[in-house]
Design a protein around this ligand. Structure first.
Ligand code: A5A
Ligand code: ZN
Length: 478
């Protein structure tokens, strides 16, 4: 893209959908021009963000999971084994039917998720109670022929960054504990992206096909809709029975194992970009920013000393493990600021002749615009502290904003009004009939029962007026 074209600016963030699409292009995250619907291309800059984000989830999982890699293709006979699971996915599967010009004897599914690819091998791998728990994960592409409106990073037909974990346990209770553990890993992961999430147990009709229950984490997007950014499923022994995954218990009996699976995707990046970005472009939390500090020499006539000082600072920052970049190109300063602001660099560091005389530099925060003068001597410490503060401020701001958009509602009219801005919290008796009627009436979905009920709840179901002992979130969802 030509520089002028890029400098045309973004639509205002209040026009969220247009802003989002333009930001992906101008911030060089995704190119949305690939000629297949629902498939998009990572720009190298966006892919760098992705690498930092996925390094975080890897580090969290590697504590007690092992990474693995299973095939993309699943034979039809394995894919068709679990009845509920097939029902949930059959409309979304891409099939490979030919090898060259010859029809295949057994059709092959492109994995929409990998239960039916992994579990035939788990049958072979799980032998005894001493093999348990087994906790594996992989980061792969998966394919879903989505019929709802596709959007880059949010609803893809090729999910390029599907992180799925699959665990096997001795008992139902152990698996339930793992589901809770998964949600706490995801909450911590999102905390490291400065993204607050709400965890809730999905209603029966919205659980993962083949699961006993599903707990999800949702982020609140700027337009008031929620985005499901992670799910953990208790699979009970449903898949174990289908795929014959048994182990020998301490008494020497063969018994069915219990399983969980949990996943996230590049929706994590959609959430972090959308929540933190502003009218000027990306605002990246330092932990995932490809460039954490951009150094801009302010050069008039005599530039030698300034450039040397910038180079020296650059070396010191790199030695301290910070991702720094110096922009000494001869485009005008305004264009430089524009470029690095669009790319969300958390801090701009400027050094000019006057700063140099004072042995100082100017730091400019991307998130607040605040300018801070610092001495060149302590610049590494000052910057490290500032980056941490920026992370914390981004998180607190997002968290405050999220909770300001959770509204306790006591009638249907109020729900309709509030869900145009955010999330409604209401009493519901728990019956499917009332749940579906409510969703239909207000044109929004029941997210589920919060995993942490904030207070002792006693109220009346907003639909049938019977006793209700829990509150649920209701929201318009992506
Ligand atoms: N096997 C389990 C883990 C599974 O497939 N769960 S899931 O269907 O809920 O997907 C996991 C997560 O992937 C979802 O919570 C959602 O955040 C993300 N996801 C699902 N479909 C997606 C799509 N079409 N595009 C982008 N992300 C998607
Ligand atoms: Zn009811």
């Amino acid at each position: 893209m030509a520089e002028q074209e890029k400098e045309a600016g973004l639509p205002l963030k209040e026009n969220f959908s247009e802003w989002y699409n333009e930001l992906l292009m101008k911030g060089e995250v995704m190119d949305v021009r690939y000629p297949v619907k629902g498939l998009y291309v990572w720009f190298p800059f966006g892919f760098n963000i992705r690498r930092n984000v996925y390094d975080i989830i890897r580090r969290l999982l590697d504590k007690d999971h092992q990474e693995t890699l299973f095939p993309l293709l699943i034979p039809e006979n394995e894919f068709m084994k679990e009845a509920e699971h097939i029902k949930g996915f059959e409309e979304e599967v891409y099939w490979v039917t030919h090898g060259g010009t010859s029809p295949l004897e057994v059709k092959l599914a492109l994995r929409p998720t990998s239960e039916t690819s992994i579990y035939p091998m788990y049958k072979l791998w799980v032998r005894s109670h001493v093999d348990l728990p087994l906790k594996l994960y992989q980061i792969v592409n998966t394919f879903r022929y989505e019929t709802k409106h596709t959007r880059p990073l949010i609803r893809l037909r090729e999910i390029t960054s599907f992180k799925e974990a699959h665990t096997v346990h001795a008992t139902w209770e152990d698996a339930a504990a793992q589901v809770d553990e998964a949600i706490s890993i995801y909450t911590e992961f999102y905390r490291k992206l400065a993204v607050p999430v709400l965890a809730s147990k999905r209603p029966e009709w919205d659980k993962f096909p083949g699961a006993d229950y599903t707990i999800a984490t949702d982020a609140l997007m700027p337009d008031g809709r929620t985005l499901q950014v992670g799910t953990a499923h208790h699979l009970g022994d449903n898949f174990a029975k289908t795929f014959d995954i048994t182990y020998e218990d301490a008494e020497g009996e063969q018994v069915y194992a219990h399983q969980t699976c949990y996943g996230i995707s590049e929706r994590s990046i959609a959430a972090l970009i959308s929540i933190h970005g502003d009218d000027k472009g990306l605002v990246l939390p330092p932990a995932v920013a490809p460039v954490q500090v951009v150094i801009i020499p302010i050069i008039f006539k005599e530039s030698g000393n300034v450039l040397a000082a910038c180079g020296d600072v650059m070396t010191r920052l790199e030695q301290a493990g910070l991702r720094a970049k110096m922009d000494a190109s001869d485009i005008r300063p305004g264009a430089k600021y524009y470029k690095w602001e669009m790319r969300g660099v958390p801090v701009r560091l400027e050094i000019g002749p006057r700063d140099l005389k004072n042995n100082a530099a100017m730091l400019v925060r991307r998130d607040t615009g605040e300018k801070i003068q610092v001495s060149l001597e302590n610049i590494v410490d000052e910057l490290s502290t500032l980056l941490e503060r920026i992370h914390e401020d981004l998180y607190q701001k997002a968290r405050t904003s999220m909770y300001e958009h959770v509204f306790e509602c006591s009638d249907l009219g109020e729900i309709r009004e509030k869900i145009s801005k955010g999330i409604a919290k209401i009493f519901w008796c728990g019956s499917k009939e009332c749940g579906l009627k409510l969703e239909d009436d207000v044109g929004a979905g029941i997210l589920g029962i919060p995993t942490e009920q904030t207070k002792d709840c006693n109220g009346r179901c907003l639909v049938c007026d019977s006793d209700a002992s829990v509150q649920v979130y209701v929201a318009r969802t992506y």
